[in-house]
Design a protein. Sequence first.
Length: 135
Amino acid sequence: MAFFTWNNSYSVGVQQFDGEHQKLFSIMNELYDGMKAGKGKDVLDGVLQKLIGYTEQHFSSEEAIMGRAGYAGLQSQVEQHRQFTTKMKDFQTQYRAGAVALSIQLLDYLRDWLKSHIAGADKSYTSYLNAKGVH
């Protein structure tokens, strides 16, 4: 069973973003699956690389669409995205410096961030973007 399970409560009403968020869930489940198999430390670096690369791509496309639509909450989104990216890079730096037990910390951080960001900040743009024809 996956640790991060996508369901419609996470939908932000924009098909592209929902698909990208589902991909993020998939990447995070790689870490969980590795941990369940006793290989959390072995998969951590690869998961962090995927998360950093994929979130930068996702955040860029999300911000571009919000910008074109004139979404007033764009700057807040940008700040939250940068904080997330910085945190992922911090985890990566700690891992590469030999820190141990980061898998659980990362999993907890990802779970909490997803719940607060997608269910909060991202859902706040749904009505606005949908009204602008972004579905």
